[in-house]
Design a protein around this ligand. Structure first.
Ligand code: TRP
Length: 363
């Protein structure tokens, strides 16, 4: 069986280091591993519109931002198909048929949808399109016969729901769809990188993100203002590591070589943590180290972005070509689905023959 990746992001803002640690970095590694036969990376504009119906301009503006972020991180149109969801109408058709296989109460139980409904104050008036987006996400995944879906932890319920739809479809209509596996970050700190304020999730609406395209000064300002241990007042005080955002980021991004380059008094993160816990190590020193680590990681990405920004029409061309390629693939799957559901009337010679016999047509 072919190994196929499908994943994507909603274009509602620039991508931040949470996206990078949680999924983007891994995608690039998977792409370059050469282990996958096909890789599809989708800008999920149609999904973004499910809760931004009154703000299409925001979605439109952010398509190029996400595409630039993707390519500056190393997603390569020679190796991965980069495309825009709304350009693949087959996805809507698939969703429409999958809707028959999912109950309202099952959708209501989806934990990610539940949280999002609360966050958006949708409780009393949930747009139907938003409510059903897990079904459309199942269409995204199955249309490409994805075997692997590399995403952050918050997408787990979506992949679960997709698997249920796949099983239901296959049991009702016969083996047709591919059952996908989720691929979560292996580093625990990357699973859900907190915002700079220490809140559980980095999110644009909370204003606690470090964006991949932030300037050096912005990154410095954000790191210096980062939430640490509020009881660590004096340098000599013992400090806490748990829930200390600076250390969570170091867990996510630092390695021993960084210590050699920027903080040679310590061999590794364990030593630094031990000193912090003992007392005698100030936040500023740790923050400066994190700044160096993060700037080293982001600098090549930012340089690549500046290059890419010089030829925006090329980026749209990449997305156009990717969308054509993605559409071909999705349309093959839609054919399989229609055949399995026996709604492929005009290709079905058996059907036409049987109906002719029934009526004694002599043509
Ligand atoms: N829900 C994802 C997000 O919020 C975007 C997305 C849409 C997606 N379709 C997908 C992710 C299919 C993985 C697979 O960013």
């Amino acid at each position: 069986m072919k190994k196929i990746i499908l994943t994507g992001d909603r274009p509602t803002g620039k991508l931040h280091v949470g996206h990078y640690a949680g999924s983007l970095k891994r995608r690039v590694e998977l792409q370059n591993s050469g282990e996958y036969d096909e890789i599809y990376i989708m800008i999920a504009d149609a999904q973004a519109l499910t809760d931004n119906a009154d703000n299409p301009e925001k979605v439109r503006q952010n398509i190029i931002e996400v595409a630039l972020d993707y390519m500056s991180c190393g997603l390569d149109p020679e190796k991965s198909v980069l495309f825009i969801q709304s350009q693949i109408p087959e996805l809507c058709e698939l969703s429409f048929y999958y809707m028959n296989l999912v109950t309202v109460s099952r959708l209501q139980r989806n934990p990610t949808v539940k949280t999002e409904i609360k966050m958006r104050n949708f409780e009393t008036s949930i747009p139907v399109g938003f409510f059903t987006y897990p079904i459309s996400q199942a269409a995204d995944i199955t249309a490409f016969k994805a075997t692997t879906v590399p995403v952050g932890e918050d997408q787990m319920p979506m992949v679960e729901q997709t698997r249920e739809i796949v099983r239901k479809f296959n049991s009702v209509y016969g083996e047709t769809l591919t059952d996908p596996d989720i691929l979560l970050p292996s580093n625990k700190a990357c699973l859900r990188l907190p915002g700079i304020d220490g809140k559980a999730k980095m999110s644009k609406s909370l204003g606690n993100c470090i964006y991949l395209s932030d300037s050096k000064d912005e990154i410095k300002k954000k790191i210096m203002s980062m939430y640490t241990d509020p009881d660590h007042v004096q340098v000599s005080d013992p400090g806490k590591i748990e829930g200390n955002t600076v250390f969570t980021y170091l867990d996510a991004f630092s390695n021993e070589e960084h210590f050699g380059r920027y903080l040679p008094d310590y061999a590794n993160l364990d030593e630094l943590k031990a000193h912090y816990q003992r007392g005698g190590l100030g936040d500023v020193k740790v923050k400066k180290f994190l700044l160096n680590v993060l700037l080293e990681e982001l600098e090549p990405i930012q340089n690549k972005r500046k290059e890419l920004e010089k030829d925006i029409p090329y980026i749209y061309e990449v997305l156009r070509n990717g969308s054509i390629c993605a559409r071909n693939k999705a349309s093959e799957t839609l054919d399989d689905v229609k055949k399995a559901m026996k709604i492929n009337y005009f290709d079905d010679e058996e059907l036409i023959k049987a109906q002719s016999e029934k009526y004694g047509s002599d043509k």
